[in-house]
Design a protein around this ligand. Sequence first.
Ligand SMILES: O=C(O)CCC(=O)C(=O)O
Ligand SMILES: [Fe+2]
Length: 286
Amino acid sequence: MEARLHTKITPDWHRWIGESLAAGHAPADVLGIMKQNRFDEWAARDAIAEALFGGIAPRQPAQAPEPATFSSRLEDGHVLYVGDRGVRVLVRVSRPTIAVLDGVLDPVECDQLRSLATTRLARSEVVSPGTGIGVVQDIRTSEGANFGRSENELIARVDARAAAIMRMTEDHGEGLQAMRYGVGAQYVPHFDFFPPDDPGSQSHLKNGGQRVSTLIMYLNDVEAGGETVFPRIDFSYVPRKGQALYFEYTAPDGSLDPLSLHGGAPVVRGEKWILTKWMRERSFPG
Ligand SMILES: O=C(O)CCC(=O)C(=O)O
Ligand SMILES: [Fe+2]
């Protein structure tokens, strides 16, 4: 007769999970050992997530794998063929969907985009949760420049390439936004989606709907610091000129994924330049 799986994690096992993770063992290995010891997979995953995220991670309903109503937009394969080029996939993460992409921009395009942005830099704003209006705050200490969709030949080329990578038509895209971070500048962890309950999100949601994906393109190498970090999954990307980070914010059950929390770490030496494209679920008038 099949013995029942353990759904209750004893204090000793909680301690063992914490110690194993602290010693540097991969969560997948910890899960494997717990499964060998006849723990229910979802109870084990919850306990590991709790140890990793200090209870921030959403709890899985015991024994109920999430119905997969959502799958990533990102194409499979090692190379994404996007119009004029093949973009190489260097790293994939499944939750949230993240991909590190190489060869998205040529070095010359990066330099041209930086000089174009330099002519119109202003202090970056964040969306106020209360009013939805852009405001300057210490949580985002970069300077930014906005581009209209296809406003010139270079921008049109990048808009088209970003749309092909993100597998959305260009009319779903917000205008490209360039950002420069000097030493000490950062963007504290945040979500790119508009929190549905914030009064300030409503005007954005009416106009093109929710954001669904982000493509951050890196316009230079940073001497030290400036990583793009996803603290809830302990993922950190080191900026590299011409590469891009693609990510989505939809959990497997279709809800907005709290694991997509991310930010830009303070620049320690040098400067950091990025160019970002956000896609909306519907056509976005701009
Ligand atoms: O600077 C970074 O690495 C992250 C930027 C970002 O998350 C954003 O602009 O929404
Ligand atoms: Fe962001």
